[in-house]
Design a protein around this ligand. Structure first.
Ligand code: IMP
Ligand code: MG
Length: 182
């Protein structure tokens, strides 16, 4: 797996201190409110686990399985694998995703919660935000890092379900991209 890595962008020692800061911001802004984190699976699993343990407010979380990506590009449409949204019970929803690119994912899920749940508020939080040429369809209310417009894996992010277990965020070399093409 290591020979597939082109360039390491962020290591755990870069990510975790930034999550301390991000969690402090969330702790302050949601103080006194009932917070529900909703993690979009599979990509946000590791980010969720690390962020959750830094939130000092009473908090619960739910997971929602969605997908829009095939290989290294977005298909532009979002598929919900779960038939129903989790019960919100008037809590403040914070959607957690691994990365914001076109914004289709977060925009679609946010609208579902706004339309079909009784959430007191719906905001979004991502680990990474990609610098893309066009403005994204949705902005992230919270993000940990901004990266260039390149395909990355690791720390939960995948290439056709591989590389989620890498303890850092990196780009892949061409050989790896060709080897696991869908
Ligand atoms: P968006 O809907 O275009 O904003 O794309 C967001 C979704 O695409 C995320 O939930 C990721 O699962 C996936 N994605 C976008 N960029 C990357 C990447 O560089 N690596 C892995 N997955 C990505
Ligand atoms: Mg994904």
């Amino acid at each position: 797996m290591w020979e597939d890595i082109e360039k390491i962008l962020l290591r755990e020692e870069d990510i975790l201190p930034r999550l301390d800061t991000l969690a402090r911001q969330i702790n302050t802004e949601y103080d006194g409110k009932e917070l529900l984190l909703v993690a979009l699976l599979n990509g946000s699993l590791i980010f969720l686990a690390d962020l959750l343990r830094r939130i000092s407010l009473p908090v619960s979380f739910e997971c929602l399985r969605v997908s829009s990506y095939s290989g290294t590009t977005s298909t532009g449409t979002l598929q919900f694998q779960d038939l129903e949204l989790p019960a919100v019970n008037k809590r403040h929803v914070l959607l957690i995703d691994d990365i914001l690119e076109t914004g289709v994912t977060l925009d679609t899920v946010r609208k579902q919660f706004e339309k079909k749940s009784d959430a007191s508020s719906v905001r979004t939080c991502v680990l990474l935000k990609k610098r893309i040429p066009l403005a994204p369809q949705a902005e992230a209310d919270y993000f940990a890092f901004e990266i260039e417009n390149e395909f990355v894996v690791g720390y939960g992010l995948d290439y056709n379900e591989r590389y989620r277990n890498l303890p850092f965020i990196a780009t892949l070399n061409q050989e790896a991209i060709s080897r696991w093409k869908p």
